[in-house]
Design a protein around this ligand. Sequence first.
Ligand code: G3P
Length: 201
Amino acid sequence: FLIHALAGLGGYLLGAVPFGIVIARLFGLGDLRQIGSGNIGATNVLRTGNKFAAVLTLLLDSGKGAIAVGLTFLLTPEPQAAHAMLAAGFWAVIGHNFPIWLKFKGGKGVATTLGVLLATAWPVGLAAIATWLATAAIFRYSSLAALIALAAAPAYAWYFATPQHAILAGLLAVLAWARHHENIRRLMRGEETKIGKKKTV
Ligand code: G3P
């Protein structure tokens, strides 16, 4: 139990680093929470018009999920490692979505979830990323791409990995859908902002 608790705590603290806010501030783009959707993720950084800052946010937010899993793999003794990695990944996304540093008001966890999936079972991560890219290419909505990619992730995990991976992917998908409730409403009303558009919603 102690090993899982430590992996979870480490994952949470890593996940709680709000890279979008840090990058936006470093690049002089202002407070992300006052821009676009107000979300702290890469999609919203892109609405400032700075593509480099957006890509950097995407890499760091997914990287922190992958690193939480990777560090747990390195630090955990063998029999517990597999489960501890799943726990660290889950808590990294919780950290991103509910960061203690931002009074628990964080992001939607898409990039971090993709990083966690890549690090826990790379074919699952690749399949989810491919689904995101294909959906985004067709419909041009970041939120819709995330909703579809993450809804498919448990099936990918079931097929490419283990039932435990599928459970993790299922939990993360439910969480992401819940965090996207405003996006879902905007999508249904036809009011969601397309990728790269700066319009405030
Ligand atoms: O990754 C979050 C994305 O799916 C939606 O972001 O800023 O449009 O709410 P945003």
